[in-house]
Design a protein around this ligand. Sequence first.
Ligand SMILES: Cc1ncc(COP(=O)(O)O)c(C=O)c1O
Length: 447
Amino acid sequence: MIANNHATLVQQDERQLHPMYHPSRAENAVMVEKGDGVWLYTTDGRKILDSMASLWNVNIGYGNRELAQVAYEQMLDIAYSSGFAGMTNPPSAQLAAKLAGFFRPNMNFTNFTSGGSESSDTSFKTARFYWYQLGKVKKTKIISRLIGYHGMTLAATSATGMSKFHTMFGGVLDGFVHVANPNAYRYEGELRDGETIAQAAARALEEAILREGPETVAAFISEPIQGAGGVMIADDGYFDLVQAICKKYEVLFIADEVICGFGRTGNWFGCDAFDINPDIMQFAKGVTSGYMPLGGIQVTDEIRDVINSAPEDQSWMHGYTYSGHATSCAVAIANIDIIERDGLLENSRVMGERLLNGLEALVAEFPNIDNARGLGLMAGIDVVKSKESREADADTAEKISGAALEMGLRARPIGGAIAFAPPLCITADEVDFVVNTMGDAITQASG
Ligand SMILES: Cc1ncc(COP(=O)(O)O)c(C=O)c1O
């Protein structure tokens, strides 16, 4: 007998080593059994507005029957068959064709993975492969940004710029280097005379490339907006400078669109908002709205030509069992069609503005809430000890999120920040519920 009552399920769940595990966090598990739009329903009868779209990824919202139907029909035909050794399947071919030129006209070649971390590893290995084929065999290092998040495989963890993910696991792999992001200069970094924050952060990258030796650096990876780092939006001009530096030193630019991609920022991709034209683009999450696991990378035609002209004994020896998973790819095609058909980019922009206005009102109302920021439906606020000190108050952020959850709203604390990334189908009333409930939760938790 499979148990389905709340108490038994919670007990059974204790056998699970959850992501970012500590036993202290296993209590009060939110056992989700159903979803509809932006709402989650739990086995203990709660109804919660998920203003994080789970992990920034359920872009079209919960409970979509069209995707269920597509998955069902695809599974009846062929749920999965390998992409290795000359085998392939219609949905992966169709999705590769759909994505050709979809992000950038000069990116027409996609490799599929099962998620974001695998996509990071795939990007890094592809950058190394590219330079190897061009005879620049020492170009292997990967530079990433502090507070950046790129996943949890060993290489992706090493690129992730947060020491809490490194210390207990043997540190960062050789060949991974971190540089400051613009946010570091806003709060604590040293600006040179007349230098803007964007220039200082770009200088940090240039100095790192020169310190390591440009002949050893394969790629720089960056999210268009740092998500798991607390929704950090780079200053105007930063990405122009960074792209120029990468070109100057022959360093490939990898854009990590795992969160920003597929409508989150009100654009198809986060890069669109910052005029970023990367050499490699990686995606996951929103490509299927989480209905099936899928990720991937796209490369420029130039990189594709290098891959295609490699000698056979130096093939691009990389791939995963689930690369080009038929059901995942079929779901992705339907998901992208729904984003387009239902005008979810437009809704992300309009509702994002409403959300940001609401968050700005909270900043005006509460002395311990600061720095409302956002683009589309990706937003954040800081919980601070005071607006003067801007010192982060992670404890209160945690308390506020806990109080919000009691009131039926899931908002994610990230250190001293609280992030918002609801499904892109959110309505005006639901946005107002988010803002009003946050107001009540801040009042309750800060008192
Ligand atoms: C920007 C970014 N890259 C990569 C990843 C890793 O993706 P996954 O958890 O699917 O491996 C994440 C996950 O949150 C992410 O936010």
